[in-house]
Design a binder for this molecule. Structure first.
Ligand code: SAH
Ligand code: SF4
Length: 335
């Protein structure tokens, strides 16, 4: 696929032709070349042969129509998943995968159990957004937000993710504001540092999931390398550098990390740093074979404790559970 660089398969055209081709792909949202009226007939025929516009995807929509999930099969047969969330306030958010699988092995995450197959290219990341842009165009809508919360650890595929972000942000292409782009990481500290230096300042989300090193290491092997306190300190630096509050993601897993004392512990950890720098995002766990979601009561209690400590606390809406499109359920099942 050469949606970003038609030059590589079609050399010797004048520059303006490449511009037209790229425009048709990313802005015209064509699904076949016959609609590219400003291109000569023979070029359209040639493009149909060497640069087909089809995206090999199977789309599933949830019963409430608020969520859609697509399984995309890539050129090498690898399968990735991407999700579209339609929020009631009008936001249209694409949840993008950055890798095929993930090497980080978090024990509660379906993607983590797959291991890493490979990194995605920038084009493969953008293909997911393009698919949703095409779907939305059918009803006169556009993507407004993008989050790197699909399969994979985005900060381990740094260059491709940043290249994709440039195009998501580009006014003439996706035109998504940097405030509307978020990267979620399990805490790859050196890459978090680098992200703070980027020209395009995106929102950072840090998957915390435990208030102490012992439990975090059990759940997330990355914690052996990048411990809780240094990672939180780096997140604080990100806030100071960018002015963006960092979202601390905390999935609530029954009898694992949802006890009241753990909520107090989490609040203390944040208060020791700077409570204005963070927003705690409590995520009801989507059940897997090993772990179960906390009860509604436990979630409510946990939230009360953290917010009473003066920390902004939000609870994530549960999108797409009935089509297995929710966080951590993206494991490219063929069903
Ligand atoms: N690798 C990155 C981004 C992808 S995961 C990261 O870990 O941050 C996106 C979010 O979904 C993470 O916070 C992850 O911990 C969470 N998650 C994983 N499995 C989940 C599950 N079964 N239910 C709810 N959230 C889950
Ligand atoms: Fe990878 Fe994120 Fe899942 Fe951990 S939670 S295994 S880092 S995708």
């Amino acid at each position: 696929m050469n949606f970003l660089s038609p030059q590589s398969i079609l050399p010797n055209l004048p520059n303006f032709r490449y511009q037209q081709i790229i425009n048709w792909i990313w802005c015209g949202l064509l699904t076949d070349w016959s609609g590219a009226k400003n291109l000569p007939q023979d070029l359209r025929a040639q493009l149909s042969q060497i640069l087909p516009l089809t995206i090999n995807a199977k789309v599933l929509t949830s019963a409430d129509k608020k969520t859609a999930k697509a399984l995309i099969t890539l050129g090498d047969g690898s399968a990735i998943e991407t999700v579209l969330m339609k929020h009631s306030d009008g936001r249209r958010t694409a949840c993008l995968s950055s890798q095929v699988g993930c090497p980080m092995g978090c024990v509660f995450c379906s993607t983590g159990t797959m291991g890493l197959k490979r990194n995605l290219t920038a084009e493969e990341i953008l293909l997911q957004a393009l698919l949703w842009q095409r779907e939305l165009a059918k009803v006169g809508e556009k993507l407004s937000n993008a989050v790197f919360m699909g399969m994979g650890e985005p900060l381990l595929n740094y260059a491709a993710v940043m290249e994709a972000i440039k195009i998501l942000h580009e006014p003439k292409i996706f035109n998504i504001g940097s405030h509307h782009i978020s990267i979620s990481t399990c805490g790859i500290l050196p890459a978090m540092k680098k992200l703070g230096q980027e020209r395009i300042k995106v929102n950072l989300a840090l998957s915390l999931h435990a208030p102490d090193d012992k439990l975090r290491t059990q759940l997330m092997p990355v914690n052996k390398t990048y411990r809780l306190k240094p990672v939180l300190a780096e997140a604080l630096k990100y806030y100071k550098l960018t002015g963006r509050q960092v979202m601390l993601e905390y999935v609530l897993i029954k009898n694992v990390n949802d006890a009241p004392e753990q909520a107090h512990h989490l609040a203390d950890l944040i208060k020791d740093l700077d409570q204005t720098a963070f927003i705690v995002n409590l995520i009801p766990y989507n059940d897997t074979k090993i772990f179960k979601s906390s009860t509604g009561e436990a979630i409510k209690k946990f939230k009360e404790i953290v917010s009473r400590a003066g920390i902004k606390t939000v609870q994530r809406y549960r999108f797409g559970a009935n089509i297995k499109a929710a966080c951590g359920q993206l494991a490219s099942r063929k069903s």
